[in-house]
Design a protein around this ligand. Structure first.
Ligand code: ADP
Length: 351
């Protein structure tokens, strides 16, 4: 995709309305000057990492379940080079907010299968293009509109990686993460993609019951016990939430949450599993998900932190640059989180 080098304001009116705040900055609303159509604008500092994000997102964006990139501008503000990414405006909000807001109308296993199918088809598209997303988590799954039949789309390619580009030898260091199958054993291409399949397994689990598979005691921050549970892949399907869930769903979760990435289902195997390929025939059993999500509202941000940390630890070992200690960072969001959680490190070494 060609980056325009004239000001974005020539084509779009930029609004003050903030659509969301992420680790890398704000996403605001903007409006096309000709059509008056509304879009989302993500502003990034022009760094090598940001270029990779924008290029991979644009490359992958022609898919019904990936947020579309409309245009990219390279403009300078106060002598700082920025990339401005104009994307389709996802008016329907985040996946789990919508399920939480359903009220009395129960969310069913068939609906969950339809959602997992949409996520899988986006990931299959990426993996076939040799792109691993590596940051597949609930807040990166957005609905295009507020209508019931709105498509769900994947966004935020901040950690995406091209998996068919060979890295200079010697830089693929041993992986000392919970996912101890070292990338050099499995091949870093498969390793990076396997993170996405683990994420789909976690999201599928939450969709079916409303809480994550690896979870500390209600409301407690990640405890040493929880960390060891993630490392050993220990989870269960507790009563009563899981009693009516089909055996096929549990079978697929077991295959996606397999601790050893070389044995974990890849995206093609997942797409061929009967719970996904026959998603329209999955039983219409009502689930506890909506009410559990409402009850556990307070714990949601803890869950997000936990998933973020686990994904970060999975990425360590295949990235050349390994940031382990962020205590010196000036990032405001990190400072806030640090204060809140009394945590020293975002990405921790395996203890
Ligand atoms: P970061 O990479 O900085 O974490 P994200 O791309 O995840 O940023 O965007 C941050 C937030 O902005 C998202 O969680 C979401 O709420 C909102 N957002 C991102 N993209 C869009 C979009 N296309 N339409 C509407 N809101 C968006």
């Amino acid at each position: 995709m060609k980056f325009h080098d004239y000001p974005v304001t020539q084509d779009y009116r930029i609004s003050r309305k903030v659509l969301g705040v992420g680790i890398n900055g704000k996403v605001v609303e903007c409006e096309n000057r000709v059509t008056n159509e509304k879009f989302a604008l993500k502003v990034l500092r022009d760094t090598e990492k940001a270029r990779r994000e924008v290029e991979l997102h644009a490359l992958a964006s022609c898919h019904p379940h990936i947020v579309e990139v409309k245009a990219v501008y390279k403009n300078a503000y106060n002598n700082v080079d920025c990339l401005l990414v104009v994307m389709e405006n996802m008016k329907g909000g985040e996946l789990f907010n919508r399920i939480q807001e359903r009220g009395q109308k129960a969310f069913t296993e068939r609906e969950a299968a339809g959602i997992v199918y949409e996520i899988c088809s986006a990931v299959q598209h990426l993996h076939r293009m040799s792109i691993a997303h590596r940051d597949l988590k609930p807040e990166n799954l957005l609905y295009a509109t507020t209508s019931n039949d709105s498509p769900l789309k994947l966004t935020d390619f901040g950690f995406a990686k091209k998996t068919d580009e060979s890295e200079p030898s010697g830089l693929q260091t041993a992986c000392f993460t919970p996912y101890y199958c070292a990338p050099e054993v499995l091949g870093s291409e498969k390793y990076d993609k396997s993170c996405d399949c683990w994420s789909i397994g976690v999201i599928m689990y939450i969709l079916l019951c409303g809480y994550p598979p690896f979870y500390s005691q209600h409301g407690q921050p990640m405890s040493p016990g929880m960390k060891s549970k993630i490392k050993s892949g220990e989870y269960s399907f507790p009563t009563p939430e899981w009693d009516c869930v089909s055996e096929a769903a549990k079978d697929l979760i077991r295959k996606m949450l397999t601790i050893n990435p070389s044995e974990r289902y890849n995206i093609e195997q997942t797409m061929a599993h009967k719970w996904i390929c026959h998603y329209k025939k999955v039983p219409n059993t009502p689930l506890c998900t909506s009410s559990v999500l409402v009850d556990q509202k307070e714990q949601w941000s803890e869950m997000q932190d936990e998933m973020e940390k686990t994904l970060a630890s999975m990425r360590v070992g295949t990235d050349n640059i390994q940031i382990k200690n962020l205590t010196d960072s000036n990032n405001k969001l990190l400072a806030k989180r640090r204060q809140k959680k009394d945590e020293d490190e975002i990405i921790e070494e395996d203890e």
